[in-house]
Design a protein around this ligand. Structure first.
Ligand code: ADP
Ligand code: MG
Length: 254
């Protein structure tokens, strides 16, 4: 174990043309906690998540996971390191069933082709049945077991988010980065999402949570970083940052 934070971002900058999406952003996610990343639209939250997971290359700065520099690591290698993520817009394979989505997920996440993975391994059947068992257990856990044989394209917004979370859990990550898990989710499933994240945290999983739903942030986050204009503006508990004048001003755009 390292003594420092689980994930650390140091002075990260990223420009898209003339626009500075990230402009010297530094922050940390502690092990065992749910850390919130909040801030007005365009603050750079999704870009930061993309830099943290190797999907976007920063122009400057570094990312450390468990003290190791992962700035130049490609996105498909992050799951093997112990980091998984979900997406603001869930990318489920709509024509596959809910169950099939979980079976192909680990291969897609590690960048392994489906064909190569089927023909390139000797212990294929043994692995396949172990994966199937795990996939079933996870579907049960997120409450989607009864929909296992349904096409995933027919799921509701909230059910897709739960499927995305189940996919992230397949590789037993230490850290899961969630991009707006509450967006487009009906209230009963939001309660389910909160319950699941709390349960996983109690089992030792750490989370980074980008979220606009302040109820969810207040319920889940041990600590919150408020971002504005590509930087970290303020950090603290949800209570502390919600009272901060700079945060109110950033949201109002004054
Ligand atoms: P947030 O998630 O906080 O709303 P984003 O990280 O999505 O913010 O975006 C930060 C800024 O960068 C926005 O002005 C956005 O329009 C811009 N941006 C993000 N991604 C791209 C991209 N791929 N190309 C051009 N501009 C982008
Ligand atoms: Mg975003």
């Amino acid at each position: 174990m390292t003594a420092g934070p689980l994930l650390e971002v140091r002075d990260v900058a990223k420009r898209f043309g003339g626009l500075a999406a990230l402009d010297g952003c530094s922050l940390a996610l502690e092990a065992g906690q749910v850390t919130g990343l909040i801030g007005p639209n365009g603050a750079g939250k999704s870009t930061l998540l993309n830099v943290m997971t190797g999907l976007v290359r920063a122009d400057r700065g570094s990312v450390l996971f468990e003290g190791r520099d992962v700035t130049a690591v490609s996105a498909h290698r992050f799951p093997a390191l112990g980091m998984a993520r979900t997406f603001q817009i869930v990318r489920e394979l709509g024509s596959l069933t809910v169950f099939e989505n979980l079976l192909v997920a680990p291969r897609l996440q590690t960048g392994e082709g489906v064909v190569a993975s089927i023909f390139g391994r000797r212990k294929w059947w043994a692995e396949e049945s172990a994966n199937a068992q795990k996939a079933k257990a996870l579907l049960d856990r997120v409450g989607l077991f009864r929909l296992a044989d349904h096409p995933s394209g027919g799921l509701s917004g909230g059910q897709k988010k739960l499927l995305d979370l189940a996919r992230a859990l397949l590789l037993e990550p230490k850290l899961i980065l969630l991009d707006e898990p509450g967006a487009g989710v009906a209230p009963p499933l939001k309660i389910e999402m909160i319950r699941l994240i709390r349960e996983l945290k109690a089992e030792g999983v750490s989370f980074g949570l980008v979220e606009h739903d302040m109820h969810l942030v207040g319920e889940l986050c041990d600590r919150v970083h408020v971002m504005a204009e590509g930087k970290r503006l303020v950090s603290g508990t949800f209570e502390e940052v919600s009272k901060d004048r700079r945060v109110v001003e950033a949201y109002l755009g004054v």
